[in-house]
Design a protein around this ligand. Structure first.
Ligand code: GDP
Ligand code: IMO
Ligand code: MG
Length: 427
């Protein structure tokens, strides 16, 4: 019963889409377990580039069944347009399964996300504005709308009424916005019901049966460890659990079933949105990483903040996820630097600190302690084996592995499926 979790080890955008797609040919199911269309996963197949937001990246592998688990929040209009966009490009999406227990991002959740951010002003989180936080808030407040509610008009109406009761007070009295009409929301949501129905399933049962039959199931995380609501840089986080435990709750699979947890790790660091980022660069090196790495958000088009590799974060990701492997991505982007600084520890109020501090204030004050590793100038994008890499690139990878606490089992040297050095097999 091989069940693998593949997740972001940093602040998202590590290359999860590419890594998932690479494994897609060898797995039976690819499951999204949290997040929603705040994700932007890029997959490059030959000369075709796909940007997936809500659909699991396994949708591009014909033998694989893509699953949207109960822990995901689903914007039906985004889902349908993503499906039709893929269909127009000749991708068969008919195998998709969506959990009836997944929560729906309603139009009012998107409105609340945007007005809340505006209200926060300079204290804003820099969310993607897709309604993610407010939808999870409704779920926890027990006023959420689930996919299954689309199939009972009376229940749906009662639930939308309950959700809008308080929200309309807040929208009109606090934010000076117009109230949202219950009937309008219900009508829009009912309009999606028939189109989604062929995909709706008891995904918990399907996945557990698949595991009993020794099928291979891959759980594809959105976002990343440091954006986790419990383990990330709260409050500058997303509203779900991208960390490994989230795969169990977000798909209904017990922890004893998970056999491997792969952390996707960029060879440097990026972050989108607000929040602390100790190795962030504001100089020509940061600009060069952004330009060479193409570091622009897939979902919002925002420039990503860039900085050097942070081993403290990588060690933390190993610990909170129980990582068995790393997939190191974008090593090719570092080609051309004479020296590559790597953050090995922090200095906080004059003290050297080796592990991520639990205190938010300490993390805000953390200054990186760098070690310079020698760089390389050779083009590595055609490398197929570890031995093909120049000595200094090999040493960089070995140093990162040593500092991060789990074996680096694959290395990305370009965005394409084939531009990967596989060291240990994942399945
Ligand atoms: P995700 O959100 O984790 O799936 O990552 P994104 O798709 O948002 O961002 C990763 C970007 O890096 C995408 O443009 C990928 O095509 C690209 N990418 C992934 N792996 C590599 C790699 O090894 N080298 C290079 N140069 N680009 C990569
Ligand atoms: P993938 O899956 C990078 C960030 C946002 C913001 C914070 C909260 O492509 O790695 P939200 O809209 O989720 O409430 O925003 O989280 N964020 C991401 N950053 N990659 C992502 O997804 C992200 N999804 C959300 O920028 O700082
Ligand atoms: Mg992304």
């Amino acid at each position: 019963m091989p069940a693998l979790v593949l997740l972001g080890a940093q602040w998202g955008d590590e290359g999860k889409g590419k890594a998932t797609d690479l494994l897609g040919g060898s797995v039976d199911y690819v499951v999204r377990y949290q997040g929603g269309n705040n994700a932007g996963h890029t997959v490059v197949v030959g000369d075709q580039k796909y940007a997936l937001h809500l659909l699991p990246s396994g949708i591009l592998s014909p033998g694989c069944t893509p699953v949207i688990g109960n822990g995901v929040v689903v914007d039906p209009s985004v889902l349908l347009s993503e499906l039709s966009g893929l269909n127009e490009r000749g991708v068969d999406t008919s195998k998709l399964l969506i959990s009836g227990n997944a929560h729906i991002i309603t139009p009012y959740n998107v409105t609340v996300d945007k007005v809340t951010e505006r209200f926060l002003g300079k204290r804003k989180i820099g969310t993607t504005g897709r309604g993610i936080g407010p939808t999870y808030a409704d779920k926890i407040n027990r006023v959420g709308i689930r996919v299954q509610d689309l199939y009972d008009e009376s229940i749906l109406t009662q639930k939308v009424e309950a959700a809008l009761d308080v929200k309309n007070q807040v929208l009109t009295k606090l934010y000076n916005r117009r109230a949202i009409a219950v009937e309008q929301v219900v009508e829009e949501l009912l309009g999606y019901a028939d189109k989604l129905e062929p995909y709706v399933a008891d995904t918990v049962l399907v996945l557990n049966k698949a595991l009993e039959e020794d099928k291979v199931v891959l759980f594809e995380g959105g976002q990343g460890t440091l954006l986790d609501i419990d383990h990330g840089t709260y409050p500058f986080v997303t509203s779900s659990n991208p960390t490994a435990g989230g795969a169990c709750t977000g798909a209904g699979v017990g922890p004893t079933k998970i056999s491997r947890v792969i952390g996707i790790l960029k060879a440097y660091t990026t972050r989108v949105g607000a929040g602390p980022f100790p190795t962030e660069l504001f100089d020509a090196d940061g600009e060069a990483l952004r330009r060479i790495g193409g570091e622009r958000g897939v979902t919002t088009g925002r420039d990503r903040r860039c900085g050097w590799f942070d081993a403290v974060i990588a060690r933390y990701a190993t610990r909170v996820n129980g990582l068995t492997d790393f997939f190191l991505t974008k090593l090719d982007v570092l080609t051309g630097w004479e020296q590559i600084p790597v953050c090995v520890a922090y200095e906080i109020d004059g003290q050297r600190v080796e592990e991520l501090p639990y205190s938010q204030s300490d993390f805000h004050h953390a200054k990186p302690v760098y070690e310079n590793l020698p760089g390389w100038s050779e083009d590595i994008s055609k490398a197929k084996t570890f031995a093909d890499l120049p000595k200094n690139a090999q040493d960089y990878v070995k140093a990162l592995e040593e500092m991060s606490g789990a074996p680096i089992s694959a290395i990305g040297v370009g965005p394409g499926r084939d531009e990967t050095i596989q060291i240990n097999s994942f399945i």
